[in-house]
Design a protein around this ligand. Sequence first.
Ligand code: ATP
Ligand code: MG
Length: 560
Amino acid sequence: MKHQEIRDKFLKFFESKGHAIVPSSSLLSNDPSVLFTTAGMQQFKPYYIDPSSAPAKSIVSIQKCMRTSDVDEVGDAVHLTFFEMLGNFSFGEYGKREAIHYAHEFVTKIMGLKIDYVTVFAGHSEDDTKYADSESQSVWNDEIDHTIQVKKVYGTDNFWGPTGNEGPCGPTTEIYVNGIEIWNIVFNQYYRHKDGQLSELKFQGIDTGMGLERLAMVAQKKDNIFETDLFEPLIQILPGEGIPVRVHRIIADHCRAVAFLISDGVIPSNKEQGYVLRRLMRRVIVQCHLHGIELEAIQEIFEKMIELYREMYPGLNLELVKSVFEQENQKFQKTLKTGLKELEKTETVDAPAAFKLFESYGLPFEIVKEVAGDKAAGLNREDFEEERKRHQEISRAGAEKKFGGHGIAEGDDFRKTRLHTATHVLAAALEKVLGQKIQQNGSDITVERLRFDFQFSRKITSEELKQTEEIANEIVRKNLSVSAKEMPLKEALDSGAGAFFKMKYPERVKVYTIGDESDWFSKELCGGPHVSHTAEIGRITITKEESVSGGNRRIRATVD
Ligand code: ATP
Ligand code: MG
């Protein structure tokens, strides 16, 4: 059974049980408490508290998920960073019984698989069995099949909920096939109050998640996720000889994650989502370097992978993925070899040493840990992150004086170039938002920030600033080309290019265009220099808008 067939079967099955099909949400969650979408239920969270807000009482979806917490597990048989989660959800329409019956029917009848065993919640501990889920046990054994082995599990493994926090929570039942957990069925049955007490929810919530890759693995009778038709064609591309299986797996996994992240709008940077993307790309680049794998193979993996997924995820953008990867590669190659040499010379790699390798040469934690081997035996991620945070605080404190935290292979000049192009992007974005041409009256760029003044008679509202920032970052994501052309002044002005009011221009001028000549986003008379593609700018953040003399407004912004 091919992967697309499994997806179709899942959606059709639950559709036939009255579920509405809802598309996957972005990997970039709109829930500010998490960096990425990690489960299917995330986009439906509010419906568990207020079912009347849901578009349908029962929903089925296939959700793109990203779990950075599993990155160190990648390489084993069943863990990935990016995966697809098949899920059915109910907000007050059906309960445990139906949910378990549906899951059993799908796994055994539709997929034709044999359940090894299932788990149910036995209580918070052996001494506290007040909330033991005897109903699930009875549905499995008394209603469905008395031969199914039901394992009783105490503690949090089979109890889902925000630990220590207020919110919906409840017991879970997990389905195992060939010794692997494939499906987790969560019963949002209780509400945990601030004091830790549980009370029954008025509406029973159902939230289930089954990894597509794990289901494909057992359906296709493979020993691990990487031998399924979701991965095998990708791994095929890599040279085999002398390269550890784990390396193949890491590269294949990370390439998928990278392609989905970039297509969902993530730009490599040194913080948050952008930093995750950067780490994944650099890890691929380092593995290729260490094992003599040509980077063309990686571009080929992107091609193959997007071919595999195009039907299901038309938003995957091959050109953008390839060019963002290539740019990151160029940035990183400059310091990679020196960094690896430095790592070789370091005798014991502890957290401060690892951080230094990151800051000076852009070597992410995983790479240091991996390449250093025994020398980094005492190094762990928590200590590294702590060190990183400590340095971020130090550099934030001194940010106005000297720009810190951007040690990665970047000289001040290139940073200024990025800020310069960002100025053009922001000015054009602002014109779009204000619906009129703006007259720029000055621009000033330091290594920390850009600043530009323009004539405007009122304050720019925070909503307008937000829109401007959004448009600007959209342009960054689109990775438009930036090109320069020399022409007579008059021709330049006639073409609609922006110019400074007070400036005296020569007869022949240079015009910088962002976007295609036939469909440009920005055109300005300018001496340069600029980046060659907008994705090189990095995320743009407007930090301030204020009034200056003479009816001028002033905007300041930074780039990641
Ligand atoms: P495990 O204990 O195996 O890591 P989990 O308890 O973290 O799994 P859940 O959070 O219950 O998993 O997620 C629901 C389902 O999503 C799992 O049953 C599995 O099929 C799938 N899944 C979870 N994490 C991953 C991962 N890192 N890679 C691939 N599939 C995953
Ligand atoms: Mg897990």
